[in-house]
Design a protein around this ligand. Structure first.
Ligand SMILES: Nc1ncnc2c1ncn2[C@@H]1O[C@H](COP(=O)(O)OP(=O)(O)OP(=O)(O)O)[C@@H](O)[C@H]1O
Length: 265
């Protein structure tokens, strides 16, 4: 029987938001993809972003990782740092990791070589694959291999992994850099049922220590694994709450299904 993660209260008891977005606007050649959006995220949350196509979910992630610059508004990280004033690589250094849908693993390297490369990149060492691994690095490697469920495949070539395993490896490559905030775009897309289930469990394990934002279209996945859901529509936040709360919100039904009662006109 599948375990449900959304039966407890939607938010953990945490104080200052790790991210606070105020009056955000993003303009693409005159088109406002984000319009006056306010959004806050507590440290240690696992937050799902849902909403119809074109709602602005990916654009919001793009702003948080610095790929897209806002035309107006503030994007505060840990209360002080305005991300709008930083470049993408600086934001990565500040501790925000983004996983895109397109894979970026090295298929000819083994699982553990991919993880080691990713770990050393963050540390700025001149290490190569032949560099000696320190006991601390080895411990970290084992910890994250275990976390993503690939300990038994550590020495296999990344190219031989299943689609789901490749996605976990990529998440592992982000995790091993120990970001405080992790941004994921449809992490379970294209996975089998069993891989999807494992991915949901992985997200919960990650959010024990880190904050995670997931853009997701698969409502079954959201229903099973989300505690707090933010529904976006036309570049702004429509509502927020548990999946049960947002499902019962008339505005959500309207944007997903069209206006109620119109057929009786
Ligand atoms: N680089 C761009 N230039 C112009 N318009 C863009 C650009 N990126 C996104 N848009 C537009 O901004 C709006 C929001 O797009 P975004 O991809 O953020 O939505 P989304 O909620 O992630 O949608 P989906 O669920 O379909 O991925 C859309 O109308 C999209 O066409």
């Amino acid at each position: 029987m599948a375990m449900h993660y959304n039966e407890t209260s939607p938010r953990k008891n945490v104080s200052e938001p790790i991210v606070r977005v105020e009056k955000l606007e993003v303009n693409f050649d005159g088109f406002k993809a984000i319009r006056g959006l306010d959004f806050a995220l507590s440290a240690g949350e696992l937050r799902f972003l849902i909403g119809p196509n074109g709602a602005g979910k990916t654009t919001l992630l793009d702003v948080l990782c610095g790929k897209v610059k806002p035309s107006q508004g503030k994007v505060l990280f840990k209360g002080q740092t305005d991300l709008a004033r930083h470049q993408e690589h600086q934001i990565a250094q500040l501790g925000i990791g983004r996983k895109f849908q397109a894979p970026s693993i090295f298929v000819t390297l083994t699982v553990q070589e991919n993880l080691l490369l990713s770990m050393r990149q963050k540390r700025g060492l001149l290490s190569t694959l032949v560099a000696k691994t320190t006991p601390e690095q080895r411990e970290r490697l084992h910890h994250y291999l275990e976390m993503i469920g690939l300990t038994d495949k550590a020495r296999e070539k990344a190219g031989s992994l299943s689609h789901g395993e490749k996605q976990w490896l990529e998440i592992g490559m982000l995790l091993i850099q120990e970001p405080e905030l992790l941004l994921l775009d449809e992490p379970a897309a294209g996975m089998t049922d069993s891989e999807t289930e494992k991915t949901g469990e992985l997200l919960h394990r990650i959010s024990d220590k880190q904050t995670v934002v997931v853009v997701e279209h698969d409502m079954d996945f959201v229903r099973q694994f989300a505690k707090t859901v933010t529904v976006m529509h036309e570049g702004t936040v429509l509502c927020e709450g548990t999946m049960a709360e947002v499902q019962n919100d008339d505005r959500v039904a309207e944007v997903y299904l069209g206006r109620r009662g119109e057929r009786n006109d």
